[in-house]
Design a protein around this ligand. Sequence first.
Ligand SMILES: Cc1ncc(COP(=O)(O)O)c(C=O)c1O
Length: 349
Amino acid sequence: MSADGRAAARIDLGAIERNCARLPKPLCAVVKANGYGHGSVSAAEAALAGGAEWLAVATADEAAELRAAGIGGHLLVMGALTKDDLGVALDADADVVAWTEEIAEAAPRVHVKLDTGMGRLGTKDRHLALRLAARPNAVGLMSHFATADERGDEFFNAQLDAFRAFVDEVGRDDLIVHAANSAAALRDPASHFDMVRCGVAIYGLDPFQDDPANNNLEPALSLQSWVASIRRLEAGEGVGYGHTWRADEPTWLATVPIGYGDGWRRGLTNNADVLIRGRRHPTVGAVSMDNVTVALGDDTDVELGDEVVLIGLQGEERILAEEVARRLGTINYEVTTGLLARVRREPFR
Ligand SMILES: Cc1ncc(COP(=O)(O)O)c(C=O)c1O
């Protein structure tokens, strides 16, 4: 990696395409939040190549961005919209989600959202939902699961039953009915209805925070940096802000130019490994804004310029986003979505 490269997220578009091809169909690929950090436009293209028929985003601006890049086809804006947002979404020829009369009256194509227990967006008022669903501009019915990623959890079934009863009561067979996120799509075919709405799985991230290979998913994102400096520490010498780590024996130390200013969170202080020359090494000392430091041991063959893998494969070793998430006490979604713009995205096939 070149000296001005700092850190790069390499995005395997073939992996996104293959993940989409393996997921249930019809598939709506969720590419909001910059494609969960993978780059929304290239992720959208890969998803369509993998057989997705719909794309979904959270905001009107995200829809406009896709259209500006020449992405065609069915597009759904799932988030809450101001009047101005609605104009932007309609200019992008996107469908929108409605749970109020106001939006249902203002948009040509709406997906009526019933809140069956997520408690966030959508209406809990069945009568209102039935009224909206009877309108000629209703093209879809939807809901969203709160606990699909908790295997065996009963609330998922309660939501599914409530949504199915609503769909039956609406009684129209010209509407696209959709509810399943990635976890639901992988967990229960009964949740598929007319389309699944998968986000995290298309990127090869496991919705259950386990190994993506369990569900035949291939991680698309890897995160690399490089060894920018090497120094020798004597026993007792400290590293980084606050000297949160001290060498208890002489060791070589590598400095790697990625930090919380890139989205490599400070919560990983003294709590992450990286791969160099196919081997795991612990990062030591506080994660700073622009750098992390890696203990290489007393005897090392690591050299300036060596590639450092923070997420991904190197040789026989790998670090999953799920591992990083576990160390941070969060979920893989936040790890990839949290990588900041300073991390160069390098899509490849
Ligand atoms: C309404 C809605 N549907 C589908 C998804 C996709 O979920 P997942 O990434 O878990 O597949 C999301 C993402 O949060 C969402 O908000």
